[in-house]
Design a protein around this ligand. Structure first.
Ligand code: UD1
Ligand code: CA
Length: 455
């Protein structure tokens, strides 16, 4: 991203905090904004490319955080901060990475998910012009809790943490966003001089500023908007960041041509992708891993996660598309239909009140109201395969594993337990038969494999 400068970089992401103020057993940086962890947002904004290295400092017992790093930026190194002695101490947990050298050393907190790649580039620019340190600052509506940037004219002379600030210093609204860029050749000697002489007896990264100034080097401030650097310490701040992120995602979708009838009621994921001329009606939730192709319409009150929606498809109102759903061109999913691990080819219709799970449905088949794929026998999940141009009558139960052929016809109210060949007609309505058949099969399996329940 930041290939505008030919300078190499090392970005150290601090993510070792417990996040006690979140009151959660989940490590803070794994909480989601737009269906993606705080940490993932930061890792994606950080410089990447052949000249950009990445190191993440995590807490002990935070394997899940390490896993998230691997998933998002597999090339990143992780370092463990065993004791939490402050932000400067945390940076030095990655000492080995810093010692290997880079033109620019960037430090960013894992709890500021709204930061953009462009801001990293802006922050690095002064280093190329000789500054030893560039600090990202913002004007806080309420500066309480933030470190204050103390200026003498244009010169940054110090950062004072809220707890250590005088009454006059607390009036300063220009605050430390928590992102800093050091001249990589000077960084270690500066960091090593930071002490813990403050009210919390922590090694504060912000003390780097005074060290830089008293050594006659240059420290500068680059300003950005508060919305880009909201630090998340509480659930209320998490919700504020979500609001900012959603506004951004909706705007980007509309700029790309998506029609959002009531944008403020639509929730998108950071990775949602859209084709042209997509329309989304009010009150739709879109989770991670969703793509919506040209001309598709998502009707109100639909909930969609990990699903690919084909061209000109129509979904909802009140549809639930679960992970592994793939809808071909022109597919129609109507009200109160749930799908999971299901591939529906071109032109399939499932218009009312159905569950389609672990299934494949061939082109132009029609699935009647109330059809259920009975995919779970109490032990295992089984697959339902339906051919092309089949017709499944209303209120049918398709007891998987089962195959229904091309152009087959299933009479309404059927309970289908055996494969139905191509072009065949099956009307299976005897409750007695079906009950016995189902129960017998269930008992058989139970006797045969006393296996643990599949998840
Ligand atoms: C910090 C800044 C403050 C700034 C604010 C912006 C310092 C001393 N203070 O305060 O000037 O205005 O962010 O949001 O830098 N962390 C570790 N190990 C530690 C301590 C912290 O990894 O020992 C990590 C945390 O996980 C977090 C980040 O560093 O991601 C910042 O720590 P936090 O406690 O949230 O600092 P703030 O009090 O918000
Ligand atoms: Ca914070």
């Amino acid at each position: 991203m930041s290939r505008m400068s030919a300078r190499s970089s090392l970005t150290v992401v601090l993510a070792a905090g417990e996040g006690t103020r979140m009151r959660s057993s989940l490590p803070k940086v794994l909480h989601p904004v737009a269906s993606q962890s705080l940490l993932a947002h930061v890792l994606q904004a950080a410089p990447s490319g052949p000249d950009a290295r990445l190191a993440v400092v995590i807490g002990p017992d935070h394997q899940a955080v390490a896993d998230e790093v691997k998933r998002i930026r597999p090339e990143a190194e992780t370092y463990i901060q065993r004791e939490r002695l402050g932000t400067a101490h945390a940076v030095l947990a990655a000492r080995a990475a810093i010692e290997r050298g880079a033109d620019d050393l960037l430090v960013v907190f894992g709890d500021t998910p709204l930061i953009s790649a462009g801001t990293f580039a802006r922050l690095r620019a002064p280093l190329a012009n000789g500054a030893a340190l560039a600090v990202l600052g913002f004007r806080a509506a309420d500066p309480t809790g933030y470190g204050r940037l103390l200026m003498q004219g244009e010169r940054l002379v110090a950062i004072r943490e809220h707890a250590d600030a005088s009454d006059d210093e607390r009036k300063v609204t220009l605050c430390n966003a928590g992102v800093m860029a050091f001249d990589g050749r000077k960084a270690l000697s500066i960091l090593d001089r930071i002490g813990d002489a403050n009210s919390k007896r922590e090694y504060y990264l912000v003390d780097a500023v005074e060290i830089v100034r008293t050594s006659g080097m240059e420290a500068v401030v680059i300003e950005t908007s508060e919305d880009e650097v909201r630090g998340i310490n509480t659930k209320a701040q998490l919700a504020e960041a979500e609001a900012v992120m959603q506004a951004r995602l909706r705007k980007a979708a509309m700029d790309a041509g998506v029609t959002l009838i009531a944008p403020e009621t639509i929730y998108l994921a950071a990775d949602t992708t859209f084709g042209k001329d997509v329309t989304i009606e009010p009150f739709v939730f879109i989770g991670p891993g969703v793509s919506i192709a040209d001309g598709a319409v998502i009707h109100s009150f639909s909930h969609i996660v990990q699903a690919a929606i084909g061209k000109n498809a129509s979904v909802g109102p009140y549809a639930r598309l679960r992970p592994g759903t793939s809808l071909g061109e022109g597919v129609r999913i109507g009200n109160f239909v749930e799908t999971k691990a299901a591939t529906l080819q071109t032109g399939v219709k499932v218009n009312h009140l159905s569950y389609i799970g672990d299934a494949e449905i061939g082109a132009n088949s029609n699935i009647g109201a109330g059809t259920i794929t009975c995919n779970y026998d109490g032990f295992f999940k089984h697959k339902t395969t339906i051919g092309t141009e089949a017709f499944v009558g209303t209120n049918s139960s398709l007891v998987a594993p089962v195959k229904i052929g091309d152009r087959a016809y299933i009479g309404s109210g059927s309970v289908i337990t055996k494969d139905v060949p191509d072009d065949a007609m099956a009307i299976e309505r005897s409750p007695q038969n079906n009950r016995d058949g189902g129960a017998k099969r269930y008992r058989e399996i139970k006797m045969r494999k006393k296996k643990p329940k599949e998840r």
